[in-house]
Design a protein around this ligand. Structure first.
Ligand SMILES: *Cc1c(COP(=O)(O)O)cnc(C)c1O
Length: 371
């Protein structure tokens, strides 16, 4: 039997046809009509005026910070519960991350701790992360940042297709970053995008991402550039994946509903809550095991699944507990630490079969003594 993955790339014949179409058109790389169309379609789904297709979500975060002028000596507010990419992008600019803990009702950035941090210092930007497919509490966060004049960059890498009070992930703040890495809800095998309403930023992002070439035939440069653009071939794949986004969100939400129904009665088990006003994609279904009430701990469940070739992973280890970011200033920290210690992500992909889902449930229940 083959391994059951957490969130594998989900591709099909339509994707292959899209790549062939781009290939046969002769527009292989670097740019071309598929990139232009993908950018317009990404802007549309995030209700933005502009999209810039890039080689990764990390590149999108890096460019967003550069466009805001963030650099050495600056401080940037950021969720502690995230993937390292968010903080790496801050460090590429030379700025220092200031970490904000999660709130229990959504696992996202705690607006009260953010308010406290804003009272205590000056910041060049704030990056709330839409964790596991659920938007941060922008209703609370946006007014706080506006009042303090701090620009918002939304890390929506995990949340394409989600909404917050009806507005899509990626629509909040000055700019937002999307990811099309292999494990995300749509994939270009590797890729990302920056979305914004500001045409000048979009133009500048395209320029910076193609080595910052000035308009001259002899390759003239007046600033440091990056090689961050997405190729036309991969944009064709992205378009075909994006056309399937709504169905993919529905499938991931159905996986989540299934797991809640099938495991919700187990003692000490709690699923990541969906906060009021949010429609999560449930990119990953995540749950916590309270060892006292459950009689089993997260590692017992994870190791049992692993022994059967079922991939499950602990919730992100928060950045304030990472050796490389240990010196960062942090507000709170206990909530995300608890989520990391007791939380597990279980197979959630949009290509997961009913049999695989049943097997995950049966095996988790067996750790509880077949309860
Ligand atoms: C995946 C991810 C990124 C980075 O995206 P890449 O395309 O892999 O560079 C950034 N932030 C979060 C929260 C992510 O999950």
């Amino acid at each position: 039997m083959s391994r059951i993955y957490l969130s594998p790339p989900h591709t099909g014949l339509a994707d292959q046809a899209a790549i062939n179409r781009a290939f046969e058109s002769g527009w292989i790389a670097p740019l071309g009509p598929e990139v232009d169309a993908f950018e317009a379609e990404l802007a549309a789904v995030t209700e933005r005026s502009h999209g810039v297709a890039l080689s990764s979500g990390t590149a999108a975060l890096h460019l967003a910070l550069l466009l805001l002028g963030v650099g050495a000596g600056d401080r940037v507010l950021v969720s502690s519960l995230t993937f390292s990419a968010t903080l790496n992008a801050i460090r590429y600019t030379g700025a220092s991350p200031v970490l904000i803990d999660s709130i229990a009702d959504s696992w996202n950035m705690d607006p009260d701790l953010l308010a406290e941090a804003l009272e205590n210092g000056e910041y060049a930007a704030c990056i709330p992360v839409d964790i596991y497919g659920q938007c941060a509490d922008y209703d609370a966060i946006v007014p706080l940042l506006v009042r303090h004049g701090v620009p918002l960059v939304s890390d929506a890498a995990e949340a394409l297709g989600a909404t917050h009070h009806g507005s899509p992930a990626g629509s909040f703040g000055a700019m937002a970053a999307l990811s099309f890495n292999g494990n995300k809800i749509i994939t270009t095998s590797g890729g990302g995008a920056l979305v914004t309403d500001d045409g000048d930023w979009a133009t500048k992002a395209r320029w910076l991402s193609t080595q910052a070439r000035d308009p001259a035939p002899h390759y003239q440069h007046t600033t440091i550039g990056y090689n961050y653009r997405l190729s036309n071939l991969l944009a064709a794949l992205g378009r075909s994946q994006l056309a399937d986004l709504k169905r993919r969100v529905d499938i991931r939400r159905a996986n989540n509903a299934f797991y809640r129904e099938a495991l919700g009665d187990l003692p000490g088990v709690e699923f990541m809550p969906e906060a009021k006003g949010n429609r999560s994609t449930f990119w990953l279904t995540t749950l916590t095991f309270d060892p006292e009430a459950a009689g089993v701990d997260r590692e017992a469940v994870r190791l049992h699944l692993e022994s059967l070739d079922i991939e499950a992973r602990p919730v992100w280890k928060p950045m304030h507990l990472q050796p490389v970011f240990a010196e960062c200033e942090v507000y709170g920290g206990a909530v995300s630490q608890r989520l990391f210690e007791h939380g597990l992500c279980i197979p959630s992909g949009s290509s997961l079969t009913a049999d695989q889902r049943d097997m995950v449930v049966t095996e988790i229940r067996s750790v509880f003594g077949g309860a």
